[in-house]
Design a protein around this ligand. Structure first.
Ligand SMILES: NC(=O)c1ccc[n+]([C@@H]2O[C@H](COP(=O)([O-])OP(=O)(O)OC[C@H]3O[C@@H](n4cnc5c(N)ncnc54)[C@H](OP(=O)(O)O)[C@@H]3O)[C@@H](O)[C@H]2O)c1
Length: 487
């Protein structure tokens, strides 16, 4: 790989068009997003170089390896793989590499802190076990597989590996959600690859599906169940279980952390949604702009009312392009029992991608677990070994500025007295929100009476304003619970 900068191109100012081989160009004007493209020709004008009509800020020219070079010899041997993190997913990846021996892949290093306690006898003796991260990155490995998780030190290992020209495969959704664009750019500059097919929906190939199978469509909407822990809890609650009991069961089964806030608070799903938004909607958003709603506000009575409305409740992550920009949200929602989202039970994940040309495509399967997630990691490695290049996804920075206009379910818990429904209907009317139905099931005490109002499609902000005045009523025992309804 030979690299030269734009200054060298500048010397060719008099040439109106030059041919290059697989040049990586960074284009952008002041204030614009910088995009990179691979091109084979550059136009040189009076003010510098242009590619595909954009001014070029920087160029890296790649030249095919000469016979006998180290690059060519790489093509004749397996990719040397270093695993960083030998936990649930890391040990499953090792297991598949050792048992299935995918062509073109060789496990050479395993890095973990306190590595001696991690050794297992089924890993071949040739594999080096190490607790020196930089020593492994500096060795002759080709791919670092980061499966430790968290932002640091994992982010530092990934950066150093990419800077050293290695490729990286990771399942680390937080790292990719917050730093994916920057890391992909670093990989492209240094001649490596960054793959993260396991970072969203574990073993379900949503990311490869988007990068390849759906690259020809224009995706307008992404909707899915992206957190297996929440799906396990909510589908058990649908069957009558109590939240606290089912959370404990999830923790005992290893589905939920001791501190479950990342999952039940919606933070895990929003990180995954932001990754999907970049790949599917081609919009880069700060994950923190997506305000998640916790599933902890949902109670058994909501499942009972949802059932009467022909629905159940799931934690749904959804994003959509609209005229006002992009809308994105994560939280518990009512989904129709006939909708595919209602079919996914237990720890399953599901993603529905709505294409402008191809219509809806549904992905479903195991969104987590050592083996399913390891399959996605090994599939990324196999793709690297076969030299398959990622389809370039040009995305632009965006803000979550638009709102969904959907029907809502609002559950009130009140100490019954005359005039409550009148107060609610007048607050909704003041925001021009039409009531669809008022449902009150018998059998609840008048001192703590739950009842539900459903409304026609409206913006969450208008509903929020309407509920401001309602929540001040002295009969309200709890905050009204407002859930979007997906039809
Ligand atoms: N598990 C899943 O179902 C799943 C699904 C999709 C994506 N992922 C992602 O996959 C990654 C790995 O998850 P996992 O479930 O396999 O985690 P895990 O079981 O906790 O394994 C992490 C491994 O990394 C090691 N490690 C952590 N921090 C380290 C450090 N600072 N220095 C050296 N070693 C360190 C841990 O060592 P110790 O034993 O000393 O802690 C452990 O062996 C995460 O990014 C996760 O979000 C997991």
């Amino acid at each position: 790989m030979l690299k030269s900068r734009i200054s060298e191109m500048e010397r060719a100012r008099r040439i109106s068009e030059i041919m290059v081989q697989d040049a990586l160009v960074f284009c952008g004007m002041a204030g614009d997003a910088v995009r990179y493209h691979r091109v084979n020709r550059l136009q040189i004008g009076g003010k510098g170089a242009y590619a595909r009509g954009f001014p070029v800020a920087e160029v890296t020219v790649s030249v095919s390896p000469q016979p006998g070079s180290s690059q060519e010899s790489r093509a004749q041997r397996p990719l040397r793989i270093a695993l960083f993190g030998f936990g649930t997913v890391g040990s499953s990846v090792a297991r598949i590499l050792v048992e299935s021996r995918p062509q073109g892949l060789e496990l050479t290093h395993i890095f973990n802190r306190g590595v001696e306690r991690k050794r297992v006898d089924w890993v071949p003796a040739s594999v080096v076990w190490s607790d020196d991260a930089d020593g492994v990155i500096g060795s002759g490995v080709d791919v670092v597989v980061e499966l430790a998780g968290g932002m640091e030190p994992a982010g530092g290992w990934v950066r150093r590996a990419l800077e050293a020209g290695k490729s990286v495969v990771t399942a680390n959704k937080r790292l990719i959600a917050f730093h994916g664009v920057e890391l992909e750019r670093l990989a492209a500059v240094q001649g490596g690859h960054l793959k993260y097919g396991a970072a969203v929906a574990g073993g379900i190939p949503v990311i490869p599906g988007l990068e390849q199978g759906l690259a020809g469509d224009r995706i307008d909407r992404v909707e899915g169940i992206l957190n297996g822990t929440c799906n396990f809890i909510l589908s058990k609650m649908e069957d009558g279980a109590d939240y606290a009991a089912v959370l404990k069961q999830a923790q005992q089964a290893g589905y939920a952390e001791a501190d479950p806030i990342e999952d039940v608070g919606g933070f895990d799903a929003r990180a995954k949604l932001s990754i999907l938004m970049r790949l599917a909607l081609r919009v880069e958003v700060d994950p923190e702009e997506i305000v998640p709603r916790p599933i902890t506000d949902v109670s058994p009575v909501d499942f009972s009312y949802a059932h009467d409305l022909g629905c159940t409740i799931r934690q749904v992550a959804r994003a959509e392009k609209s005229q006002g920009g992009v809308a994105a949200t994560v939280g518990p929602m009512l989904v129709a029992v006939r909708s595919p989202l209602a079919w996914s039970r237990g720890t399953e994940n599901m993603v529905i991608l709505s294409g402008h040309y191809g219509g809806d495509v549904v992905f479903s399967g195991h969104g987590a677990g050592g083996h399913p997630t390891a399959v996605a990691v090994v599939s990324d490695l196999v793709a690297l070994a076969h030299g398959s290049r990622r389809v370039e996804v040009a995305s632009v920075p965006g803000v979550v500025g638009a709102e969904f206009e959907v029907p809502h379910y609002i559950r009130f818990l009140v100490k019954d007295r005359p005039g409550i429904v009148a107060a609610i209907t007048s607050a909704l009317a003041a925001e021009k929100i039409n009531i669809r139905a008022i449902v009150q099931k018998p059998g609840y005490p008048a001192e703590a009476l739950p009842f539900v109002v459903t409304v026609e499609p409206c913006r969450s902000s208008a509903l929020k304003r309407a509920l401001e005045s309602v929540r001040a009523l002295d009969c309200m025992i709890a905050e009204p619970l407002d859930l979007q309804m997906l039809e």
